[in-house]
Design a binder for this molecule. Structure first.
Ligand code: 2HA
Ligand code: ZN
Length: 476
């Protein structure tokens, strides 16, 4: 049988072409390899040629005698489907696992990708980790994921939890979570080794400011993982870019029940890591983000007012810094439904477009109203103190399964690398989205610093707090 008529070759070419179509392979970006099954080798072996052995700097003894389909160095994924015999090839590993030779493809003097050693080392790791099931390594450059690495700390648990917080499917398809490694020179031995360390724990490795390195059993699975992770990253980037603070995520308990339902066995360190969803300054203004199950009267508050096309407020009530109880709640009766004139709401909420008009046929819309949550009596505290206490610390996640001596590049430096949320927001040099008309209920107001003398921040520098203003329509 001809190589290009086989299912594995078709699937490999399709993966490359899909990656190109999705925009993940600019120029010669990305590479891929597939460890062929013995029966697939038998099927096509008669068409192989014999070339001299080339020795490698690395040893892959557990891959001795294996055959790999692999992308050619410098080849463009956009050309794979058009010219597979030049952009792809098949290599054989010798019996010692120290040499390779070309068997098929690589026309016009092409050679295997410069990431060959990286692919082989990682095939070895994944083959061992999956009892021989894993066969594909796929490397691509999805942009949203790379963008995420510019924003989210390079802590694997925080990064994983942030991805999972966006999209349920991501926890299902990427249940081991992602490992984020340090930035390494593309094509370097360090990159190969750091990836291999990570691949002992997960098939999905994030290369900061570069891309994804994925391993899987089939081409469909490899592409599916990359697609799912990139989609979660896209949701993250889109939600951040829309200028509203994050107010909802998949909560810990929801992840746990999802995990139970699907038998996912999600790692605790990933489930209970804090997703990186807010600008620390907004984080400070909102206090510690309550998970959905912790929010008082979650159900009625989350019921949206049904005005077609109308702007909707996020469902979380920002906490007033002075401890004031939201005014609407003080008169509320449990279970009561207040009638609020539509006009009032239309005034209070920014409208989505110039031509937006409140509907005239429904002059009054029921709005669920709920009693105020019981606030425990709090001792007098300065605003600065309250703010400081409300800001959650990003704690380095305990990694008992890692052996520090083998992964010393990960463990202690990672703690330093994870930025702690600043206790006091920096004075702003440019307005946050919260100061723009889309969020009139948030105002940045300079106040005198009340930080104690030992503060790192100079006392004379103004500190900006983001005050949630009471919702006008509720105050009336
Ligand atoms: O093969 O993507 O990381 C080109 C690359 C290197
Ligand atoms: Zn790359």
């Amino acid at each position: 049988m001809k190589v290009l008529d086989t299912d594995f070759a078709r699937s490999f070419i399709r993966m490359c072409n899909d990656g190109w179509t999705f925009g993940w392979h600019e120029a010669n970006g990305g590479n891929a390899s597939y460890r062929m099954r013995p029966e697939e080798v038998t099927e096509v072996r008669s068409g192989f040629r014999t070339r001299p052995w080339v020795s490698m700097d690395t040893e892959v003894p557990t891959l001795a005698g294996e055959f790999f389909m692999i992308t050619a160095a410098g080849s463009h994924f956009r050309n794979v489907a058009h010219d597979p015999k030049r952009t792809l090839g098949i290599i054989e590993i010798d019996r010692t696992g120290t040499c390779w030779r070309e068997c098929w493809g690589f026309r016009d003097g092409a050679h295997p990708t410069s990431e060959l050693a990286s692919h082989l080392i990682n095939h070895e790791v994944r083959k061992a980790a999956t009892q021989g099931k894993s066969r594909v390594i796929y490397h691509c450059h999805p942009a949203k994921l790379a963008a995420m690495t510019c924003v989210v700390p390079h802590d694997s648990a925080v990064f994983t939890r942030t991805l999972w917080a966006q999209l349920a499917e991501c926890a299902l398809i990427c249940k081991e979570g992602v490992e984020v490694i340090s930035w390494e020179v593309p094509g370097s031995v360090d990159l190969a080794i750091e990836s291999a360390k990570a691949m002992e724990h997960t098939p999905v490795v994030v290369w900061p400011h570069h891309g994804l390195f994925v391993s899987a059993e089939t081409m469909d699975d490899a592409f599916g993982i990359a697609h799912t992770v990139e989609k979660a990253a896209e949701i993250f980037c889109t939600a951040r870019a829309c200028g509203m603070p994050y107010t909802s995520k998949i909560a810990d308990v929801e992840l746990v029940s999802f995990s139970r339902e699907y038998g996912l066995e999600l790692a605790r360190r990933n489930v209970y890591a804090k997703p990186y969803l807010e600008d620390p300054r907004l984080d400070a203004a909102f206090g510690k983000e309550p998970s959905r199950e912790q929010r008082p009267s979650a159900k009625p508050e989350e019921t949206p007012v049904n005005i077609p096309g109308a702007f909707r407020f996020p469902s979380v009530e920002p906490e007033a810094p002075s401890g004031a109880v939201p005014e609407v709640a003080s008169e509320a009766v449990p279970g009561a439904v207040a009638e609020v004139p539509v006009e009032t709401q239309a005034e209070a909420h920014p409208q989505p477009s110039e031509g937006w008009e409140p509907p005239v046929e429904a002059s009054r819309v029921p709005v669920p109203v709920v009693p105020a949550p019981e606030r425990p009596a709090q001792p007098e505290r300065s605003q600065a103190e309250q703010l400081r206490q409300s800001v959650p610390e990003v704690q380095p996640m305990p990694r008992p399964e890692l052996q520090p001596e083998r992964f010393d590049r990960f463990a202690p430096p990672m703690q330093a690398a994870v930025p702690q949320h600043p206790v006091q927001p920096e004075p702003l040099s440019r307005p946050l989205p919260s100061e723009q008309p889309a969020r009139p209920e948030l105002l940045a107001q300079p106040v005198q610093s009340e930080r104690p003398a030992q503060s790192e921040q100079p006392a004379e520098q103004p500190v900006y707090h983001f005050y949630p203003k009471p919702r006008d329509h509720r105050a009336r």
